[in-house]
Ligand binder design. Structure first.
Ligand code: MF3
Ligand code: CO
Ligand code: CO
Length: 269
């Protein structure tokens, strides 16, 4: 497999898919409240995608090699769950923090984005973890321009998260995206500057750091999908889909209610 360079028509289709994915998060935000189940959030998102947007929820029945088909339309990862949480009868309660990860397919192209949500008031520690993870993602996005390397992205993310004493999950990474959900290249969320593949205009990939408050080690649950922190510490993740342009980058997964890029970005630790 090699890295695909998108032409103008493909970029236009990816812009639409990206915005629609982000709009699902705009839609579901107000429903994230004490007492709702993750399964109910899944049902609401599924209906919104299929009936309102006429998009296809890419996670549903997604089965990469070695995995059983994912049984739901979104991923909900609560507290110490890192990623790929399967929605179900878990009731959200005040103080929970969760990642909702949405991937839609529109006209054959994928848009992939995730955000953190608070149920009621989070602890100061949880708020800080989510904030630093958000800043780390944006520091990574900020590196994206022709001639920069994948290592530049990973380094910027790692420096910030580890600089405040958090850890970066190594087993999962960002990815090229387009007609396929997961394409080359892999975008590691750690690394050394000026190493790895050089970025070219027309590349599209996700940046989606997973940051743990404690140690970086993970465990996979017996459902075959849900990934949790081995030490049960809190974990956070944010994700955008990003296009390399001639002069820099364009974030494709923005929408009306999407949290804005932090200004200014925190200085390097
Ligand atoms: N959306 C996830 C990502 O960012 C992948 C989820 S795969 C699923 O790459 F099957 F769990 F949905
Ligand atoms: Co992704
Ligand atoms: Co995703």
């Amino acid at each position: 497999m090699s890295i695909t360079i998108k032409n103008e028509a493909e970029v236009a289709a990816m812009r639409l898919a990206g915005r629609l994915a982000s709009e699902v998060l705009d839609f579901i935000g107000p429903h994230v409240k004490h007492g709702v189940t993750t399964g109910e959030l899944d049902t609401l998102c599924h209906q919104y995608m299929v009936e309102v947007q006429q998009t296809i929820p890419a996670p549903l029945n997604y089965a990469p090699p070695g995995y059983r088909p994912f049984p739901k339309s979104i991923c909900t990862s609560v507290n110490h769950q890192i990623c790929h949480g399967i929605p179900g009868d878990k009731v959200l309660k005040n103080g929970d923090v969760l990642n909702i990860d949405i991937t839609v397919i529109k006209d054959g192209f994928h848009g992939d984005t995730s955000r953190m949500f608070f149920v009621g008031e989070p602890s100061i520690a949880a708020r800080r973890l989510c904030e630093v993870t958000f800043e780390s993602m944006w520091l990574g996005i900020d590196q994206v321009k022709p001639g920069a390397t994948i290592g530049d992205i990973g380094h910027a993310i790692q420096r910030h998260a580890e600089g405040v004493g958090f850890s970066i999950v190594r087993e999962f990474c960002g990815h090229g995206i387009g007609r396929r959900f997961h394409e080359d290249p892999q975008i590691l969320h750690y690394g050394r500057p000026a190493t790895g593949e050089r970025l070219l205009p027309g590349m599209i990939f996700t940046i989606e750091p997973m940051v743990n408050a404690g140690r970086r080690e993970i465990r996979e649950m017996s459902d075959g999908w849900t990934i949790v922190t081995r030490d049960h510490s809190l974990s956070a993740q944010w994700e955008h889909t990003v296009l390399v342009t001639d002069s820099g980058h364009e974030v494709l997964t923005m929408s009306a209610a999407c949290p804005a890029r932090p200004t200014p970005l925190p200085a390097a630790a």
